[in-house]
Each structure stands twice: as structure tokens, then as C-alpha cells.
Design a protein around this ligand. Structure first.
Ligand code: AMP
Ligand code: MG
Length: 525
């Protein structure tokens, strides 16, 4: 175990590539460079609000003392750190946005533990960088609490993600126009220390491709493979790497669907080449099941990043990555083939995952139709997704064995706790029909192994999810100086598949329906 302030950090990325070493903070293009040396801007009084004990012990990091706290606030940079902001580009809402870069993230160094695991430690909200454009490089408590809790929640759900080690308040105020309507107000500032093997995005490769800097494009690709995909070697490694990114991205999309997660801003600069959930902004878990739901108010006109579209956007984004690395290959044929394989890979993983959510022993072709029927019917009825799957798991044996005698009324009564509104007669019929078909299907499995269904379902369906309204309440309390709910959620998210936190097992309350921050969010963070 070591302290943040005593550790000797590694700096492999900055050692391998050229960066702008001027240390200047003015917004600018940095042609020829993959990053810019950037010192964090000190804050008034860093105070520790959150510390992820499990991650700290995995990385072998001691609970922060005073010097460590100054590191978390950006007030101290130790001699072995090389603080930098990465330069990347990206497609935002489908349009090429040119150079973007870490506008408010500063990597301090790479932390290696005694097992040889290496994590990049990055401050989010530590002040301006050359890539801040018109932004201030800061983050508010609201968005920092959201990223801190949600990235940890995703980890414990088993979804690939970047992690959060610490959350500090800065003692400074930050000006934000929450509704983009000219009514800017001061909010408390905060900083999250994030951790991941790498924060490299599709956009880092797009940046080099746009600059036609083939030398660095090749070097970054080779470096990424050597560092994070070391099993890939040989003459065909670039295409093999792309194939694995496709596969990891497909897995990530399926995992998001499994838990009902909507990212909200799937721009290519927010797509990790390690297949991690990255850059938590206006995200949400689904309350009511709705494929058209987008939590991001900026996304409302087109709903490009809606829940049900995420897998197709991922494909589009993978197309951008393919275009970026195409100059490294003699022909684009194989690249196109790997990209086109995405759909098949995705749907295979999707139906397997849905089979687990439904507790099926195997997913055969007719089961795919059953999964499709679930999707259609749930979109029609819009029950609370999490509660619905729990009630499906807990179908009483008496209902399962009633067969054709099972009355629609009994079905509707059992599922009542997951409905947000009275169903129309048509919707109620469709719902009952679905459950009848489902019961017929599982009865066949049941004869062989009744316990198998429950095991699969309990492992695939979370019971506790970090709903936006809970985050909103925790934030409001924390802004008033009360950390209780924050600390409670921080514990609850560690066991999302258990019933230990059933005080939160209920529908989203009505007051939260139109409450900004509870149902929809802006990017203003
Ligand atoms: P996002 O969609 O939140 O991942 O951000 C898109 C781009 O805007 C990235 O380059 C961010 O670094 C930058 N950005 C977002 N908020 C700020 C801010 N407050 N100050 C500077 N840059 C920002
Ligand atoms: Mg981003």
C-alpha cells in the first residue's frame, strides 16, 4: 500500500509520444502532438467527499492524508507525475467536430500495483487545458457526484467501465447555465479522480487520421495493441485488433441493455478503444421501459442516442474508427468485413443475454421470437424495467403451474407494482398474452431444472439501480451539507443483485417526472 503523494508514477504514454511541452493553457490546436503538458489549477480547499475503498485496495492506495488530498484537488503535483491533457477529435451527433481533447481532464500519471496492473489516474474538473475551448475546465458537484457514483455502480453491476477513486469538493464556485437559457448561476465545484487502464478513445485515432499523420497513427495503434491487447501479434495485428474492438463494443452495448443504461452522448470521442463505458454525462437508467427514451435534452430533436438505438450508433461509431485506421491497411476489404460482422456478433450476444434475463436454458430460434415479443410488448406497456424483471423472476410456482387456467387478472395483479399507468385493454391483453407464452416456454425447462431459471435470472437482472431521481436527491442533500443519502447509495450500489436495499425498490415517484436532473438532463456539467 502506498500514498498518492509518495508513489513513483509511470508515464509510458507521454514517454512514447510527442506532446506540446510548453505548459501553456490558452485554447489552441496542437498539430503534431498527441497531448499537451497541463498543470492542474489549484483550488481553494479540497475536501474528501467520496473514497472508493475497494478500488483503492485493489490498486494498493492508502486512504488519503493531507498531501494526497492536495493531489486530488489539483493543488499538488509530485515530481514523478507528468500531468497532461490528451488530444483527440470526434464526431458529435453525427458531425465531424475536429479537434476536441481533454477539456477538463488531466492525467497525472500511471499507477502500477504490485501485481503489475497499471491504471491511469486522471482528475476531471481540475481546470483549463489547451483543449478547453470556451469551457472553464471545471466540473460542478452535481455532475461529479453523478460520475463518481454511476461509474462505480456500473462496475458492481459487472458492466465494463472506467472507475472513480475519489470525489473532492473544491471550495470554489463554478458558473453554469443549467437550462441554456441565460440564467447562469453559481454551483459548488468538485473534482473526480478517475481510473482506467487507458482513456484512449476512437477520437484519438480519428484525430491522427484527420491530420494525415500516418506515422503517429501507426505508432499509436501499435502502442495500444502492445499495451492493452498484448496477445495480438504478427503481420495482421491491426485488423485483429479492430475485430476485438468490434467485439468488445458489441458486448458493451448488450450489457447496457441488460441493465437498462442509456449513455446519452455516444459521440466518437466518448467511445473507449477498450470497450469501457466512459465519460458519464447526461446518462440515465431506464425507469419505464422505452426504447425511444433519451435522457439528454440536447439529443431530444433526433433522439440519436435513445436507449433502443445505442447498438446502431455503436456500429456507426465503429465505422468512424475503421475509416480512421484504414490508411494502415493495404485494402479496406477486411476492415469492411469486420465492421459488417458487428451486427451478427451483436445479435448473438443480445439474444444470449436476453435469454439469461428470461431465465431460459438455451436460446433457440423460436426463443428469439419470444425475446422480440418481450421487446415489443414492454415498449407498448412501458412498465418499470427493473421491477418488471424482478417480478418475472419471482413468478409464483402456482402461476407457473396453472397453465391455461391462469387468469389475466392474476397476471395483472402480480405485475401491478411495475406499472406506471393504467393499461389500455389492448395493452393489458398483449401483456397477459406475453406472460402466458413465457410460462409455456419455461414450463418445458422447469421439468429439467427448476433452479436453473432462478439462478440465471438473479444474475442477469439487477434489483437495485442508481436511478436519476435518487442521484438528484443525494445531490440536493449534499449541496445542503448532508452526505447521508450519498453514502447510503455508495454502499447500496455494491450489491445491486441483492434485496438488501429494498427501500429503493419502487417506482420513480411522480414528482420526479418533470424534474430536471431526475428524468432528463442537459450536458451543462
Ligand atoms: P463530453 O461530451 O462531456 O464528453 O465533452 C465534449 C468535449 O467538451 C470534450 O472535449 C470535453 O473535454 C469538453 N468539455 C466539456 N465540458 C467542459 C468544461 N466545463 N470545460 C472545458 N471543456 C469541457
Ligand atoms: Mg467526452
Amino acid at each position: 500500500m502506498e500514498n498518492l503523494s509518495i508513489k513513483k508514477y509511470k508515464n509510458e504514454f507521454t514517454a512514447a509520444f510527442d506532446g506540446d511541452e510548453s505548459g501553456l493553457l490558452n485554447p489552441r490546436q496542437t498539430p503534431g502532438f498527441l497531448y499537451a503538458k497541463t498543470m492542474p489549477t489549484p483550488v481553494k480547499k479540497p475536501e474528501l467527499l467520496g473514497w472508493s475503498e475497494d478500488l483503492a485496495s485493489e490498486l494498493e492506495i492508502n486512504t488519503p492524508l493531507e498531501d494526497d488530498l492536495n493531489i486530488l484537488g489539483g493543488n499538488l503535483v509530485t515530481p514523478s507525475m507528468y500531468p497532461y491533457a490528451a488530444c483527440y477529435a470526434g464526431h458529435q451527433f453525427g458531425n465531424w467536430a475536429g479537434q476536441l481533447g481533454d477539456g477538463r481532464a488531466i492525467t497525472l500519471g500511471e499507477w502500477e500495483n504490485s501485481k503489475g496492473q497499471t491504471y491511469e489516474l486522471q482528475l476531471k474538473g481540475a481546470g483549463p487545458t489547451p483543449y478547453s475551448r470556451r469551457g472553464d475546465g471545471r466540473a460542478v458537484l452535481r455532475s461529479s457526484m453523478r460520475e463518481y457514483l454511476m461509474s462505480e455502480a456500473m462496475f458492481y453491476l459487472g458492466v465494463p467501465t472506467t472507475r472513480a477513486l475519489a470525489l473532492v469538493s473544491t471550495g470554489d464556485q463554478v458558473l453554469r447555465d443549467l437550462f441554456y437559457n441565460g440564467n447562469a448561476a453559481y454551483e459548488p465545484g468538485a473534482i473526480v479522480m478517475r481510473a482506467a487502464p487507458s482513456f484512449l478513445r476512437f477520437g484519438n485515432f480519428e484525430m491522427l487520421a484527420a491530420r494525415q499523420d500516418e506515422k503517429n497513427l501507426q505508432k499509436l495503434t501499435d502502442w495500444t495493441i502492445a499495451q492493452f491487447y498484448p496477445h495480438i501479434t504478427g503481420a495482421h495485428k491491426v485488423i485483429q485488433w479492430y475485430k476485438e474492438v468490434v467485439e468488445k463494443t458489441a458486448t458493451l452495448m448488450v450489457e447496457w441493455i441488460r441493465v437498462g443504461f442509456v449513455h446519452g452522448v455516444m459521440n466518437t470521442d466518448n467511445m473507449s478503444v477498450l470497450g469501457l463505458t466512459i465519460d458519464y454525462g447526461p446518462f440515465s437508467f431506464l425507469d419505464a421501459y422505452d426504447p425511444d427514451f433519451t435522457p439528454n435534452t440536447t439529443d431530444l430533436p433526433g433522439r440519436r442516442y435513445a436507449f433502443g438505438k445505442q447498438h446502431t450508433v455503436a456500429y456507426w461509431n465503429l465505422g468512424c474508427l475503421a475509416s480512421a485506421i484504414a490508411p494502415l491497411l493495404d485494402s479496406t476489404e477486411e476492415l469492411v468485413a469486420e465492421l459488417e460482422a458487428y451486427e451478427h456478433i451483436y445479435f448473438d450476444k443480445y439474444y444470449t443475454m436476453m435469454g439469461n434475463k428470461l431465465g431460459l436454458d438455451k436460446v433457440r430460434q423460436p426463443d428469439r421470437n419470444l425475446v422480440d415479443l418481450f421487446e415489443q410488448t414492454l415498449a407498448q406497456v412501458k412498465p418499470d424495467m427493473t421491477i418488471f424483471f424482478q417480478l418475472l423472476t419471482d413468478l409464483p410456482e402456482t402461476m407457473i403451474h396453472a397453465g391455461k387456467n391462469l387468469a389475466g387478472e392474476d397476471i395483472l395483479l402480480h405485475f401491478k407494482p411495475c406499472f406506471y399507468a393504467e393499461n389500455s385493454a389492448v395493452a393489458a391483453d398483449a401483456f397477459c398474452n406475453l406472460i402466458q407464452i413465457y410460462i409455456q416456454r419455461i414450463t418445458a425447462d422447469h421439468i429439467i431444472n427448476p433452479a436453473g431459471r432462478l439462478l440465471r435470472m438473479r444474475a442477469a437482472n439487477p434489483r437495485f439501480i442508481l436511478r436519476n431521481y435518487l442521484l438528484h436527491m443525494a445531490i440536493t442533500d449534499m449541496e445542503k451539507g448532508d452526505p447521508q443519502l450519498f453514502l447510503k447509495l455508495k454502499e447500496a450500489l455494491k450489491t445491486p443483485y441483492s434485496s438488501a436495499h429494498d427501500e429503493f425498490f419502487k417506482l420513480r415517484p411522480e414528482w420526479a417526472n418533470e424534474q430536471p436532473g431526475s428524468s432528463t438532463l442537459s450536458c451543462s456539467s
